[in-house]
Design a protein around this ligand. Structure first.
Ligand SMILES: [Zn+2]
Length: 251
């Protein structure tokens, strides 16, 4: 079946013609399909769980996925304009599921359980991201850059504190969350580069990288804001009020 196939390719003479598949993930979906493709007397096929009966990936996903209770820290990880790969890494880290050396040992994969950043302590989530002398120096720079008090906290304490303190959608809080997620991501990247590629950067260079991420994201937001204001105030558009373009610079 083509990846862009429509529902009607699976129907012949008002009966389903579902391709035979051995993929286990499809079986619950196939089992949930009614035995007849169209109720008697009706010719239109509609998506019953959609408010307007039309299909959308969002509606299908909401119907298929398992719904869990929302965690109170979701806004620290998944916020507007977050870099998705940074959010994903933080989400995994919060659940202590990154393959740090202590976890590899726990799974029976034995190697030198040594932090690749300081080469002194054992590596676990808290040491790698917050307790290591290398990452501490990096955090002080990030805290100063993002207007965050310098603190010594564990990952759980950071998340609890940020959840309470960084609520609201102010641009300062956006910068803090952006810096926080980018820092964890860059620490993990640096750790992996040292282990798998045998290359390393100083904490100052990693901080430059984090600053670049913050500035680039802000510039993209600023550019997006400018474009929307330009469209509204374009003199060529009927009804335009001819105001000057008001470019908001977040730097
Ligand atoms: Zn270390």
């Amino acid at each position: 079946m083509e990846h862009n196939a429509r529902v009607n390719v699976l129907i012949n003479n008002l009966e389903w013609r579902i391709p035979i598949t051995h993929a286990l993930g499809w079986h619950p979906i196939i089992d949930a399909i009614p035995s007849t493709s169209t109720p008697k007397g009706k010719k239109d096929i509609v998506w019953l769980d959609s408010p307007n009966h039309s299909f959308s990936v969002k509606v299908a996903w909401e119907q298929l996925r398992i719904h869990h209770q929302m965690v109170d820290w979701h806004d620290i990880v998944w916020f507007k304009n977050v870099v998705p790969r940074h959010a994903f890494l933080l989400w995994v880290a919060i659940q202590r599921k990154l393959s740090t050396q202590d976890r590899l040992h726990w799974f029976g994969i034995h190697g030198p359980n040594r932090c690749s950043l300081c080469l002194r302590n054992n590596e676990d989530h808290n040491h790698l991201f917050f307790e290591c002398s290398y990452t501490k120096a990096l955090w002080w720079n990030v805290c100063d850059r993002c207007d965050i008090p310098r603190m010594t906290k564990s990952l759980d304490e950071w998340i609890r504190w940020a959840t309470v303190t960084w609520h609201g959608k102010s641009f300062v809080n956006f910068s803090r969350k952006l810096g926080f997620t980018a820092t964890l991501y860059c620490i993990w990247q640096e750790r992996n580069a040292r282990i798998f590629a045998d290359v390393s950067k100083t904490s100052n260079l990693v901080f430059d990288q984090i600053e670049c991420i913050i500035d680039t994201t802000k510039s993209l937001m600023s550019f997006s804001k400018c474009r929307s204001v330009e469209v509204i105030n374009n003199p060529a558009r009927p009804g335009s009020n001819h105001k000057e373009v008001n470019c908001i610079n977040y730097k």
